[in-house]
Design a protein around this ligand. Sequence first.
Ligand code: NAD
Length: 381
Amino acid sequence: MNTFRLPTNVCFDANALDKLKEYKNLNAVIFTDPFMVKSGVADRIAEKLSECNVSIFGEVRPDPPIELVAQGLEFLLKANADIVVALGGGSSIDAAKAVLIMAKRSGKKQNIKLIAIPTTSGTGSEVTQFSVITDKQAGVKYPLVHEDLQPDVAILDAELVRTAPPSITADTGFDVITHALEAYISTAANDFSDALAEKALELAFEYLPRAYKDGNDLEARDKMHKASCLAGMSFNIVSLGVNHGIAHALGAKFHIPHGRANAMLLPHVMRFNADLPKDFSSDSGSFSTAAKKLAKIANRLGIRSANIKFAVNGLCDKILAMEKTCGIPATLSDAKVSKEDYLAQKEAIINSALNDACTVTNPRKMTALGVEEILSFIAKY
Ligand code: NAD
């Protein structure tokens, strides 16, 4: 038997933030980052909770470390929170999730509701049972996976993403595409996850270039926000693959933003996973399942090709071209990682990628040599 659950109540379109007005006479804590505090967004959210006793924890930083989770837990217990509103990118939502599960596990605070309000269109964390926490000392990012990490409510308001500069729009947008493509070819993929991934990809390929070009294009922002949520639902059901396994390691070692690390690897991981036969030019039964599915999605995205091999290569070339237009670095050198630093960390990155929880559902069995082969495409000095 196979089964999945999507327990999060997703609120979207006009006045979605008014969902917050339903909460009354409760202690509410807003978990967010300094940008959301400074720009006044956290206060605007607090106003919607006018019938609650609101406090703001505004210390979240990218790739939230274990220490921040401990700090957040102390804040939450002191505020005796009944609801937590996670406002921000994946880092704010993940930090809030980790704090909440610790509060529940410690027995000190049960039944706290989590409301996630994403301000980037990228991680899909508002609907997933994942939380990625960083151990700075060990230089490792750990994806925690548990159904208790899934938010009770997700509020999608694309207006909140308008302030994201082009570089964050690009990084997070390619995170969406990576989620959907990895879910689509995951070993656990099924008809439900495929449907969610296909829609996410159709939206992201059409609207990411527009959102990148003009951050005030609210139609594009809205479609990317929904694509992010759909991709989150998809990988929440069937997990991801080695692209994320390596990206977590690169993020922990070199502080490359998560979506950017995913984007740099994506075309190379897809070609690696397709494992195309070298000398084939026509369709044949000997193509891998991943290759066939990538060819299928390429056709859905309007990349017309005579056969599976050309379709997969067409898709990877299209991703590369989009990444170039959106200013995604092609190599570690372009991402300001020195050759010395890369070589010093290479073995640790390979080990970390092989042990990452996301790598388990990669369609091609991963070995150290395989990770090294993928890395060789971006480790060009
Ligand atoms: P982020 O939350 O780390 O934020 C990156 C930067 O963008 C921050 O400086 C933040 O202040 C800024 N920012 C956010 N929204 C903004 C806006 N509207 N306007 C201007 N600036 C804005 O970025 P992210 O990519 O959303 O999250 C990355 C984190 O999420 C990583 O730790 C990654 O591992 C994790 N992640 C989690 C999941 C999951 O399912 N839980 C999935 C993928 C990634």
